[in-house]
Design a protein. Structure first.
Length: 173
């Protein structure tokens, strides 16, 4: 069993224990929610736990404007969601999140950059972190592989961070 699978199993057991202790209900089988609504993230509901996956594994889950918009929408809606008790944030493939996708942002028309409260893309992305911190559900980040720049900030904005040995932060060798 891979270390990542072991981490996911431990988080699933922990969320089941939390549910049994009265914080939430019992868990069930997984179902994908909001299928087709998002292109760069995937949301799977397992009982009262939502597994949010950054889903751009070929690009090491690097952040694009589309991903930031989808995360903004997801965490904005989560604030009013009574059926979700815990969110587990993870990255698909071999990395958690490699930060900003330079390819996506390097060739952009300056008029296409989000306003972000006057701070451009950085302000737009900061709104995601603020919504993560404001949502009432605890967010557990499962960090494996690269976690750089904005990806590292996703981990920091989470309530609990679980990292595998060798997970790369901003200053990891």
């Amino acid at each position: 069993m891979h270390l990542r699978e072991l981490l996911e199993q431990q988080v699933l057991c922990a969320s089941y224990s939390i549910a049994q202790s009265g914080f939430g209900g019992t868990g069930g089988g997984g179902e994908f929610v909001m299928a087709g609504r998002y292109n760069t993230i995937a949301v799977e509901k397992r009982g009262e736990v939502e597994w949010l996956t950054l889903n751009r594994p070929d690009a090491l889950n690097a952040i694009t404007t589309e991903m930031a918009g989808e995360l903004n929408d997801y965490f904005g809606a989560l604030y009013h969601d009574r059926s979700t008790r815990i969110v587990v944030l993870r990255g698909a493939g071999r990395a958690f999140c490699a930060g900003l996708d330079i390819k996506d942002h390097g060739s952009r028309d300056p008029a296409a950059v989000p306003f972000g409260g006057g701070f451009g893309f950085q302000g737009f992305l900061a709104d995601v972190y603020i919504k993560m911190r404001r949502c009432p559900q605890p967010i557990i980040a499962l960090v494996h592989g690269a976690a750089c720049g904005g990806g590292f900030a996703f981990a920091l904005a989470s309530d609990i961070r679980i990292a595998v040995i060798g997970a790369g932060g901003p200053a990891a060798p």
